[in-house]
Write a protein that binds this ligand. Structure first.
Ligand SMILES: [Fe+2]
Ligand SMILES: [Fe+2]
Length: 217
């Protein structure tokens, strides 16, 4: 692609150069839900150094690229890298959120309602992942299926809802920045939640942009 990175949309860069996802996350650039803006516009609105980001991306683009994964290994990687990890981390994060809300109750900066929010998120995400694991992914592993557009459309709609939940989580935690005098548990909670949010966005982008388009959706 000869077009300059600055003129290309974030989502398109992330799809053609998956290593760029880590660069965008580090700079808090949303390549998944609001990814249709150009890198130049995103850098301007976030007050970022455009030339520096372009240099990082150029270095990634000149490195040897992995060939695209076949569908079966891609699904296996989604299950191991995202589904299993979300389930494991959400358990731990719920316990940390309960502890922080309880121990620091009454402080104005405590994230009131965070543990309950994580409980709902865990249930919704688990139900979504179960549908992929039990219905959609087996259909994909079996090859094409005339009815596959239905479940893919449903998963895409649920991904939009998950994006809204990531925004809500970011707001609840003030952008995952703990107060200056926060205890170790509070720091661990926000560090873990930031990783969960980053993973969830990468998970959704991987399904929406790499897996689903293989099935004409
Ligand atoms: Fe998934
Ligand atoms: Fe999904």
């Amino acid at each position: 692609m000869s077009q300059k990175f600055s003129e290309r949309a974030l989502s398109e860069i992330a799809t053609s150069l998956p290593a760029a996802m880590a660069v965008f996350r580090r700079h808090n650039l949303d390549y998944c839900f609001a990814g249709n803006v150009s890198l130049a516009d995103a850098a301007t609105s976030h007050g970022l150094d455009l030339a520096g980001i372009e240099t990082e991306l150029a270095a990634l683009a000149s490195a040897p690229q992995q060939p695209p994964e076949d569908t079966e290994p891609l699904i296996d990687r989604i299950l191991a890298r995202f589904h299993e990890v979300h389930r494991r981390e959400l358990q731990m994060l719920q316990a940390l959120a309960e502890a922080v809300e309880k121990v620091h109750a009454g402080r104005p900066d405590v994230p009131v309602g965070l543990a309950a929010f994580l409980k709902r998120l865990t249930a919704e995400l688990d139900s979504h992942m179960q549908k992929e694991e039990q219905i959609l992914f087996p259909m994909m592993r079996a090859g094409r299926h005339p009815m596959i557009g239905g479940p893919i459309g449903m998963m895409r709609r649920e991904h939009v809802e998950h994006g809204r939940q990531v925004a809500e989580l970011t707001a609840l935690t003030g952008g995952f920045v703990p107060p200056e005098d926060a205890c170790g548990t509070w720091h661990a909670l926000y560090t873990g939640l930031r990783k969960l949010a980053d993973d969830l966005i990468e998970h959704i982008h991987t399904e929406n942009s790499f897996l689903f388009p293989r099935f004409g959706a």
